[in-house]
Design a binder for this molecule. Structure first.
Ligand code: AMP
Ligand code: MG
Length: 348
């Protein structure tokens, strides 16, 4: 199949009409959101949803998020909308928060990976909103990467993974946030974060008075099953071996990484370093990758997945990264980085 690539210019009615026609006919269109690029299909069309799993090579038990453009659409998809969820919708939609509801029967099992709940989000990206509105369909969309690769933050990443596998890609330039939406489950007794993201636990607590983390987020390897099926897969791992080097003292981190790089270089391996903008000049390594400033964590989240792809492109055998645990987004960034590192953390 030939994949059509078009700019997601919201004044280009012809492009959006074409994308809408593809979605209505059960085809797949990748599109920008404020978090990462999504791979969209008609959420209420089981066959279209099925195509998303095939295009990504995604396990069929890993449900899709349904994207809507109007808060009222929730009532068409969710069996019950708790008061707390209404407050969250008001506070954070459109935006990077996905809410889990009990599903109505119109939502096919294919979309929800067989679960009786449905994940719903209203994105704030103007291109995403226009696509949902113009197509007239609710768009089921996971991240537009091949399963196991980092989520795409540019249309070029999407093309790398999906060229020839889907009907169309809308290019909206680099995304703003760069890591996937926060997922909060509102079907249980307490609001529970299943996946951390830009909207933090504190922000949710400030609105609904309570919020806990899914125990599986905190206790990796303890055999606790995550409530978001996708969180159990080893996502985002670069081909090289990634380690996080941590200390209270950044000087110790820099020295340790330089030592490890030297050691691997002598053994004939290719290395890369991921670090704060401020420290770029401090590393003796051929590939020093600037992750942005931890004083402004969104620069780090926006760069992270792209840097992991770069590590693959340069064929790094060993990758060493500083830790980026600071600020409101630190928890979400480290959730992704620790996974990418397969939990390899070197304390110095
Ligand atoms: P992606 O958009 O690729 O980041 O994938 C969607 C994420 O949402 C995956 O981690 C899914 O496991 C999660 N998800 C989607 N629907 C549900 C649901 N009904 N219950 C729990 N997690 C869900
Ligand atoms: Mg994904």
């Amino acid at each position: 199949m030939e994949t059509i690539l078009r700019k997601a210019d919201i004044n280009d009615e012809e492009t959006f009409a074409m994308a809408g026609d593809i979605l209505k006919a059960g085809g797949l269109v990748a599109f920008p959101t404020e978090t990462v690029y999504g791979l969209g299909g008609d959420a209420l069309n089981s066959e279209a949803a099925g195509k998303i799993y095939s295009a990504k090579g995604r396990p069929s038990d890993n449900p899709l998020i349904v994207h809507i453009a109007d808060t009222n659409s929730v009532y068409e998809l969710a069996e019950y909308v708790p008061e707390g969820a209404k407050l969250l919708m008001e506070a954070f939609w459109p935006g990077p928060l996905t809410i889990i509801f009990k599903k109505k029967s119109v939502v096919p099992d294919t979309t929800t990976g067989g679960l009786n709940t449905v994940a719903i989000r209203m994105p704030s990206h103007p291109g995403a909103l226009k696509l949902i509105k113009d197509s007239g369909v609710f768009i089921a969309a996971p991240s537009a990467n091949l399963s196991g690769r980092p989520s795409p933050t540019t249309a070029a990443h999407v093309m790398e993974d999906m060229n020839g596998r889907i009907d169309m890609v809308l290019d909206g330039g680099p995304v703003g946030i760069g890591i996937e939406s926060t997922i909060v489950d509102m079907t249980g007794e307490r609001p529970t974060i299943l996946r951390p993201g830009y909207i933090s636990g504190k922000m949710i607590k400030d609105v609904v008075g309570d919020c806990i983390m899914d125990p599986a987020l905190e206790s990796v390897g303890a055999g606790i099953r995550p409530k978001a099926p996708g969180m159990k897969y080893t996502h985002y791992a670069p081909k090289g071996e990634l380690s996080i080097v941590e200390s209270d003292d950044i000087e110790k981190v820099i020295n340790k990484i330089n030592e490890l790089v030297q050691e691997k270089k002598e053994q004939g391996f290719k290395t890369a370093v991921i670090c704060d903008t401020e420290n770029v000049a401090r590393y003796n390594c051929q590939h020093v990758l600037d992750a942005g400033s931890r004083k402004n964590e969104i620069t780090v989240s926006a760069a992270l997945y792209s840097l992991l792809r770069t590590c693959d492109d340069i064929g790094a055998d060993y990758i060493y990264t500083e830790s980026f645990a600071e600020g409101d987004m630190g928890y979400a960034i480290m959730n992704r980085l620790i996974k990418a590192a397969g939990h390899r953390i070197i304390e110095v």
